[in-house]
Design a protein around this ligand. Structure first.
Ligand SMILES: Nc1ncnc2c1ncn2[C@@H]1O[C@H](COP(=O)(O)OP(=O)(O)OP(=O)(O)O)[C@@H](O)[C@H]1O
Ligand SMILES: O=P(O)(O)OC[C@@]1(O)O[C@H](CO)[C@@H](O)[C@@H]1O
Length: 303
């Protein structure tokens, strides 16, 4: 079974404002609300690709209820730990540029944290756990490491989409896959990564530190995949970006769905990149048909 864990879910309030003016009254062109948070996006895209998963994490208040109802309406299984504060609302403002304001997230007690760890400790060797998104300030930065350590003991494959120390501290727990973008990769080594060569160089260092598979996404510049068997580059299809929220999560979902279907890293990588671009070219998360159409436009070459 595939599980996604979103410690800090959100309602994403996506507003379009023509010609947004800071410090003025602006009126919306359109406004939509979606359940958000990286793990939740992964589960929603997996569902669209025909792959079932269960959503784990913390949820509370009327915003938490909205998320649960929305996921249920999409027939996505969820098993949240209830918290008393409300789940955050993140603002995604689309005007000439995209601007995001992400909330801090609710208080989480020690008991609630232990309840989640208890659920995760029941996963076993056939399971995949996706840990995605920021760690709320109520929890220690080392929480992903704590989870990844438990999963290492139980043989659970762990996929991590996070950044900074929350990500770095998990390397010794041998995550199955991590997906930094090139900025996040640079941050891990206190440098800037701007070329494919640099991405391969630093990506290989991650393997030395324990990570099994690495995807480095570089937005319109393409993506690379590295593991012990080799390094590959994938181009991204040409197109107009309508929405970057959830594009990275779609790469993760496409890879997992592809790996589950084919058991082949190269095919999984190709599907991941196509799914990421399909979301980038859509108003919301991509549908299966669009991602499938773009697969033919992604070429993966060994480098
Ligand atoms: N200009 C683009 N053209 C085509 N595809 C794109 C473009 N920008 C992003 N994508 C798609 O989205 C994926 C993720 O983008 P990016 O490298 O910016 O990662 P990210 O920062 O994790 O994404 P997010 O915007 O979701 O935080 C890319 O691998 C690619 O598939
Ligand atoms: O604050 P975090 O956890 O880093 O990111 C949360 C978030 O920006 O990521 C998703 C897109 O990837 C959105 O649905 C959500 O609002």
């Amino acid at each position: 079974m595939i599980y996604t864990c979103t410690l800090n879910p959100s309602i994403d309030y996506v507003v379009k404002v023509n010609d947004f003016k800071e410090g003025h009254l602006n009126r919306t062109e359109s406004a939509n609300v979606y359940p958000g948070g990286k793990g939740i996006n992964v589960s929603r895209v997996l569902k669209r690709l025909g792959t079932e998963s269960t959503v784990l994490g913390f949820a509370g208040g009327f915003t938490g209820e909205f998320i649960k109802e929305f996921l249920s309406s999409e027939e996505i299984t969820h098993d949240f730990i209830s918290v008393s504060d409300h789940t955050r609302i993140n603002v995604k403002l689309k005007s000439a540029k995209e601007t995001e304001i992400n909330g801090q997230g609710p208080q989480i007690s020690k008991e609630q944290k232990l309840e989640l760890l208890g659920k995760i400790s029941e996963l076993h060797a056939e399971d995949v756990l996706v840990l995605a998104g920021s760690i709320p300030s109520a929890l220690d930065e080392s929480f992903y490491k704590e989870i990844a350590d438990t999963c290492l003991i139980n043989g659970v494959k762990v996929v991590i989409d996070a950044s900074g120390n929350a990500l770095k501290s998990t390397f010794q727990s041998k995550p199955f896959l991590i997906k930094p973008n090139h900025h996040e990769l640079g941050e891990l080594f206190d440098t800037q990564v701007s070329s494919t060569e640099e991405a391969v160089h630093y990506g290989k260092k991650l393997l030395e530190e324990g990570v099994q598979n690495v995807i480095v996404s570089m937005a319109e510049k393409g993506a690379i995949f590295i593991n012990q068997y080799g390094a590959y580059f994938a181009n991204v299809p040409p197109g107009k970006v309508k929405n970057s929220v959830g594009a990275g999560d779609s790469v993760v979902a496409g890879f997992i769905a592809g790996y589950k279907e084919h058991g082949d890293y190269k095919k999984a990588f190709k599907q991941g990149v196509a799914t990421g671009s399909a979301t980038a070219f859509s108003e919301d998360l991509t549908e299966k048909e669009f991602a499938a159409k773009l697969i033919n436009e992604v070429k993966v070459n060994e480098i």
